[in-house]
Design a protein around this ligand. Structure first.
Ligand code: AQP
Length: 342
């Protein structure tokens, strides 16, 4: 039990909106597997309803949802231990999202930097869904009373909004019904930057494929992308402190540390002072060693999409069994007439 009396439960999700990349792996998937292996009940979701906040081709969405599921399993998520499902199969997410649309304030939503980044200069033409996305994300988490959410740095603001929504709902109705969820943003993999620009996060929507390593890249492509990764002309510094003003060097060292399950201090003790011409091949070997088995397993799993669909449907059934009573209790608290909790 948490201090507030909630059963510890982990929830997180990834959008099936294109290729999985190294940032998704180190910032999310690898850490999801770690959480699962600690024995905490874990619920992981292919958030297809978030993906459609921007245009998705139906054929590609179906493929990406299955490929993402394969990516979860290949990264060590076991459908027998964790609940794996796609969001659109559990209607309670959108039902609770409507309630949260009525709890969240316009001013809160207008402060969300991801909306500003994604909508760009043409915000008037962005979908209403893209604007409301963080309320759906809050519902994804709170419909399971999830207490912990492992995510990358980029999701920190949305997690704060989730907490604000839970606090306001609890205050408005004088209850302690929703937990105040803790973001879990720890370790070297939580902020993987672009290989072309150390000030931008690695992202699937970056137009340059050279900016990211995709989980489906073959060994040669991974090695070429690391070889061409932007760096400065100096060798690596001998101490961690020397990485401070060197975002590209720091990013490569962070990636190495996250892949090797080492701290940045340990990595620097090993590679400090080396030229990039020596460090990059070491890094490429490590990335291939860690990622090739995942990409091989993803291709194998993708040969049987019926099995993937079965896993998602089964996971959705287990997810619904947790979400339905929580939604019913939410409605009850709000004064909606309906069947009572038995
Ligand atoms: N660069 C990153 N470093 C660490 N973690 C990251 N995540 C994403 N990029 C990085 C984490 O991956 C999880 C799933 O993200 P998502 O695919 O649902 O959404 P996203 O953050 O929108 O991913 P992208 O690649 O950045 O997509 P676009 O380009 O569409 O914005 C989250 O836990 C996220 O923190």
């Amino acid at each position: 039990m948490t201090e507030a009396g909630f059963t510890p439960r982990v929830f997180s999700g990834i959008q099936p909106s294109g290729n999985l990349h190294l940032g998704n792996y180190l910032g999310a998937l690898k850490r999801f597997a770690d959480a699962q292996n600690k024995g905490v009940q874990s619920i992981y979701c292919m958030v297809d309803l978030h993906a459609v906040t921007v245009w998705q081709d139906p054929v590609e969405l179906r493929h990406s949802t299955r490929e993402l599921t394969a990516g979860f399993i290949a990264s060590g998520l076991d459908p027998a231990k964790s609940i794996l499902f796609n969001q659109s199969q559990v209607a309670e997410h959108t039902q609770l999202a409507w309630v949260f649309n009525c709890v969240a304030r316009m001013g809160w939503m207008q402060r969300m930097t991801q909306f500003k980044d994604k909508a760009g200069k043409n915000a008037q033409n962005a979908s209403l869904g893209l604007f409301a996305y963080p309320a759906l994300m809050a519902a994804d988490i709170l419909v399971y009373h999830a207490t912990h959410v492992p995510v990358g740095e980029d999701q920190k603001q949305h997690l704060e909004l989730t907490r604000d929504i839970a606090i306001k709902f609890n205050n408005d109705f004088g209850v302690d019904f929703f937990p105040i969820t803790e973001p879990v943003i720890e370790g070297t993999g939580t902020r993987v930057m672009s290989l072309r620009d150390g000030s931008k996060k690695m992202s699937k929507s970056d137009p340059s494929d050279m900016s990211r390593i995709n989980l489906t890249d073959d060994a040669d492509t991974i090695a070429r992308k690391i070889r061409k990764a932007k760096t400065d002309p100096e060798p690596l510094p001998s101490e961690v402190k020397g990485l401070e003003e060197r975002p590209e060097a720091r990013n490569l060292v962070n990636i190495y540390a996250a892949l090797a399950d080492m701290s940045v201090d340990q990595v620097m003790a090993e590679v400090g002072g080396k030229a990039f011409s020596e460090f990059k091949p070491m890094m490429a070997d490590l990335a291939v060693e860690k990622l090739a088995p995942i990409s091989g397993e993803m291709s194998r799993l993708m040969q049987d999409v019926n099995e993937i669909d079965r896993i998602l449907a089964e996971g959705a059934g287990r997810a619904r069994a947790i979400a339905a009573p929580i939604l019913r209790q939410t409605y009850e608290i709000m004064g909606m007439v309906g069947p009572r909790e038995i």
